[in-house]
Ligand binder design. Structure first.
Ligand SMILES: *Cc1c(COP(=O)(O)O)cnc(C)c1O
Length: 345
């Protein structure tokens, strides 16, 4: 993870780095990743609850709460925990104005430059900045942010339009700004500004659909592994697993791996989803169960109970698995459940 962090610095020299560790650090463990992030200029989480966990773990650095908060009494907590918040809609603006005086809270004003999810209309930027700067409960300097909808598509016209729209309004203003997620850090240098927000690339995963972490010079951090716990010699016409959805086209060896959707391996992974058995490629057969998957042992005659299966990670990029299973790498890594034992190497 530290080496991926160094890569971010190479992509965005001179920029301050916000390490995005929402959703339990994309499934890697919110607290577990902290030792690798001591050089981050800030951490970002989605919710106040996540920020509380970081402070409880004695993280003293800057923490940005990306969704801000919604209850007036949460602002007291925000101040008590020394958090930075995003303000992206009117109710939040009203709440901080109602505080009417210290405590003073660092604020990142989010502008909607075209993603149409969070943020104030771009035309309102200056008037809201005016309101915030007059607000006694806001600790200067205010910072500006926006989020890109399609940065993961190189040369996407919508992304360029978002960058242009945001720049036109905010460049003349003397505020620090942040636009770039991982994809923009790597593919849209014109979006870098003073702060970049790195998520997926920190974990060694490519933000681009046509690439993988290793192809982009990143090192995957997570490897999801299990063992072979049974081997079945099946006959032509035998069926495998729930729903009897896989029918053996010939006599064949079928293995059972101790992992299923109860661990976060996706139920919707179909026959053909790749799996590594002792470093050699094979694939899922039939339906994924809660605790087990069946895999094809054709050509793996030496396979034996206890052999290691890699579901993704070392030697099998999660991007490849995601594509095959019809999801995105983010969805797979965030889905790992509590039952899976973490081993930190
Ligand atoms: C999650 C998130 C990021 C990080 O995105 P990646 O694609 O994982 O780099 C950046 N900014 C905001 C506002 C986010 O919600």
């Amino acid at each position: 993870m530290q080496r991926n962090f160094e890569k971010i610095k190479n992509y965005a020299p001179g920029c301050k780095i916000i390490a995005v560790i929402k959703a339990d650090a994309y499934g890697h463990g919110l607290i577990r990743v902290l030792p690798a992030l001591t050089h981050a200029d800030a951490l970002a989480v989605a919710t106040l609850g996540e920020a509380r966990e970081l402070r409880a773990a004695a993280w003293n650095g800057r923490i940005l709460v990306l969704e801000g908060c919604y209850q007036a009494n949460d602002l007291a907590d925000v101040h008590a925990l020394s958090l930075d918040i995003v303000i992206h809609q009117k109710e939040q603006l009203l709440a901080i104005k109602e505080l009417a005086g210290p405590p003073r809270i660092p604020v990142w004003l989010k502008i909607d430059s075209g993603m149409h999810r969070l943020g104030f209309p771009i035309a309102d930027t200056e008037s809201i900045l005016g309101e915030l700067s007059r607000c006694q409960s806001v600790l200067p300097p205010i910072r500006l942010m926006t989020h890109l909808a399609s940065a993961d598509e190189r040369n996407n016209a919508h992304t360029q339009a978002q960058i242009d729209a945001f720049s036109a309004v905010t460049e003349p203003l003397a505020y620090e700004r942040t636009v770039a997620n991982s994809a923009a850090i790597m593919a849209w240098p014109q979006s870098h500004c003073q702060w970049v927000r790195a998520g997926i690339m920190l974990y060694g995963i490519s933000p681009f659909v046509d690439s993988t972490g290793p192809m982009d010079g990143l090192e995957p951090v997570m490897s999801l592994e299990t063992q072979l716990i049974a081997i079945q010699q099946l006959k032509k016409g035998d069926t495998v697993g729930y729903g009897a959805s896989y029918v053996c086209p010939q006599d064949m060896l079928v293995g059972v791996g101790a992992i299923g959707y109860g661990d976060g391996y996706p139920w919707y992974a179909q026959t053909g989803t790749p799996v590594l058995l002792k470093g050699k490629l094979t694939h899922v057969l039939g339906r994924v169960s809660m605790d087990m998957i069946s895999i094809d042992l054709t050509g793996h005659d030496a396979a034996k109970i206890g052999d290691t299966l890699v579901l993704w990670g070392k030697g099998l990029p999660v991007e490849t698995v995601a594509k095959s299973a019809g999801t995105i790498p983010y969805g797979l890594i965030c889905g790992i459940t509590r039952r899976v034992e973490f081993v930190v190497e």
